[in-house]
Design a protein. Structure first.
Length: 157
């Protein structure tokens, strides 16, 4: 232990490495810094593994790095300008990283879209937009069907 960090060393002359807990998001953030960040230069799978193992250790690290290659693409298209934004993502991409990609790649250039076309199921879309609004600091208030029925009734009268 050093300053609250658990350190690991395979042999006495080996440099100490930080032990990373079984936390997917933490490991992906570390992987981003060592592979995807502009300063990392995307060194490839084998070199990324070697660079990571200089500073970090976790169980089955080689297999984990090997399996985390980007196998999917998230596509955002601005139908007005015809601009396409592409991002390589893991096959099991979740709502939070997708929402962050949207804010970083689309919203900051084009603002909020007027409509959205998605091939995802409604549960993904709902959670996705909730996460986007959270990232933007917007309070998302949901109304009930009964309130809209009352308003519709008032408008008819």
């Amino acid at each position: 232990m050093y300053e609250g960090l658990l350190l690991y060393s395979a042999v006495n002359y080996d440099a100490d490495r930080i032990v990373v807990p079984n936390d997917y998001d933490l490991r992906m953030r570390i992987m981003y810094e060592y592979h995807d960040a502009p300063t990392a230069g995307q060194p490839g799978r084998e070199k990324t593994y070697l660079i990571l193992t200089r500073d970090f250790y976790w169980d089955h690290q080689y297999t984990w790095v090997h399996n985390k290659r980007r196998t999917g693409v998230v596509v955002f298209v601005d139908r007005f300008s015809k601009m396409v934004h592409l991002a390589a993502v893991p096959a099991e991409v979740t709502v939070v990283p997708t929402a962050r990609l949207f804010v970083d790649m689309v919203f900051k250039h084009h603002s909020m879209p007027l409509d959205i076309v998605s091939d995802r199921d409604p549960r993904f879309t709902a959670r996705y937009w909730q996460e986007v609004f959270t990232l933007l600091g917007t309070q998302l208030s949901m109304s009930t069907v009964a309130i809209w029925e009352q308003k519709r009734q008032q408008l008819r009268e």
